[in-house]
Design a binder for this molecule. Sequence first.
Ligand SMILES: Cc1cc2nc3c(=O)[nH]c(=O)nc-3n(C[C@H](O)[C@H](O)[C@H](O)COP(=O)(O)O)c2cc1C
Length: 318
Amino acid sequence: MIPSRFQGRLRLPMIAAPMFLVSNPDLVVASCKAGIVGTLPSLNQRTAAGFDDWLKEIRERLGDDAVPYGVQFPVHKTNTRLAEDLATTIRHKVPLLITSLGITREVTDAIHAYGGLVFHDAISVRHARKALEANVDGIIAVCGGAGGHAGTYNPFAFLGELKPLMGPNRTLLVGGCIGDGYSMAGAIAAGADMVYVGTRMLATKESGAMDANKRLVVESDITDVVYSDQVDGVGGNWLKSTIPPPTAALGKDDVDTSSMLSDLKRWRDIWSAGQGVGSIKDTPTTAELIARMEGEFVAATHRLRGVESARAPAEATA
Ligand SMILES: Cc1cc2nc3c(=O)[nH]c(=O)nc-3n(C[C@H](O)[C@H](O)[C@H](O)COP(=O)(O)O)c2cc1C
């Protein structure tokens, strides 16, 4: 289900997914003002103090009654900022924490204590089960074709395995190649409560991606995206033309692959995007994009109703 704290407050059941070096306060604020949940990775700020400043800025710009926003960080021993960023998140009572790589009961308890929610991003059923044991409020099924560190599972198959684990009060989200209201409606028809959208949000006016990166996303199609663990040691989707030739390829043994901080240079030079790039044709404002997606979402529900009303009753086909 959509969390009770989000119900009646969102224009679309959608989270603008956190993106390293891309999500910034402008994108979070524009997303929330457009009626979806805006998020950013804490590590997009180089220091814990900078992260604190960003949260102050977001709260000031959004005001108290705004659509909820969220932050993301890995809950893993190699995240050297974990304790500080968690403390900052709690101090600001951030409505949603998105965790990756790991999650503990201590973290969920600390966020729940002030009324916040925790969603965990998972690429396997095993990771999802562990997160549910740690009492998270939602699971994000990051599927094949997603931008960033992606899973490999087909969304229908992954949702099918996760749905029975969720129970009545938890939220199931799906991410990977959702870039318009039609795919959003499809994901929801297939069992997701909300969708998680990255690459489409990268090509918006407010995103912090470089202009050349936005242009390349707009110009690319599915053949330009390659899934590889050669960039930072973890399987992810990348825009092929930005990957250096093999001689310059980056070994995975010499970096701490769990910490985005150590990956700063390679993520700045090698651009990640999901397989959904082919349907991204422009760089609208976030408000324009969400208004368009809303129209598509409504049209998709009409399509389903059209199919429904054209069905023959069972007796007629027997
Ligand atoms: C450029 C880029 C950077 C990303 N950085 C992060 C990140 O720092 N943390 C994270 O949890 N996910 C990150 N992701 C993954 C997204 O949060 C999300 O799972 C994904 O974008 C959804 O698939 P889509 O891009 O096909 O919409 C990134 C994705 C992209 C495209």
